[in-house]
Design a protein around this ligand. Structure first.
Ligand SMILES: [Zn+2]
Ligand SMILES: [Zn+2]
Length: 216
């Protein structure tokens, strides 16, 4: 019997410069939302795979090691990468390439021109991102349909309460991480969620936090 797992494939911890929550806080929120797993995709930082595995086992939740890399063209998410050479072509040699918020120019979306050039790599498009405006999710979905690319969803959470507001359904026989990664790679996925109003709460909190820092 197959399992349909809910996985938020785009989560930032406080290992990201602009991330506010620890992995433990993130796990707590993910579990409360009924999320089966998360991919940790910190900005330009890859957390050690063994550490991730240990936290995953201790908390009985799937955690996929990943990274959101800032390339010369925009952001790129790699899951369980084995090649992090600082070169766009080299990065494309990794197994699972996700283009987050692909058409959002305000979030370093890679854009249509580059996507068209790398179609042969069968990148997955993130068509549900909780931090990008609905129009950009819609346009990304259209592009994925046009080029028959696999689709994913992820919250792009920078604070724990955003986790799971967008997610990917991955269908697997077994909850094993390699099978999950294979299913994602082969596009056996569906994307859910979209822009979350919790962003507004987050922006207000961030504003006051920074203001306090400024005054004291
Ligand atoms: Zn991004
Ligand atoms: Zn992100």
């Amino acid at each position: 019997m197959s399992n349909k797992l809910k996985i938020d494939l785009h989560v930032h911890t406080n290992f990201s410069k602009d991330g506010f929550s620890s992995i433990n806080e993130i796990i707590k929120y993910a579990k409360n939302r009924g999320i089966d797993g998360i991919a940790i995709t910190d900005h330009d930082v890859l957390i050690n795979e063994k550490i991730i595995e240990k936290i995953s086992n201790e908390n009985n939740i799937i955690i996929i090691p990943g990274i959101e890399i800032t390339t010369k063209y925009g952001h790129l998410i790699l899951l369980k990468p084995n090649n992090l050479k600082n070169d766009f072509e080299e990065l494309l040699k990794n197994e699972i390439i996700i283009i987050p918020h692909p058409l959002d120019p305000f979030s370093h979306g890679i854009g249509k021109k580059i996507i068209k050039k790398i179609l042969y790599k069968k990148p997955l498009l993130e068509i549900r991102n909780s931090s990008t405006l609905p129009i950009y999710n819609k346009l990304a979905e259209r592009l994925a349909n046009k080029y028959e690319l696999g689709v994913v969803g992820g919250s792009d959470a920078h604070i724990a309460y955003m986790v799971g507001t967008s997610y990917t359904i991955v269908e697997v026989e077994d909850k094993n991480i390699n099978e999950i990664l294979d299913a994602i790679k082969n596009g056996k996925t569906m994307a859910y969620g979209g822009f979350s109003l919790l962003n507004i709460k987050f922006f207000i909190e961030k504003y006051f936090k920074n203001r306090n820092l400024f005054y004291f």
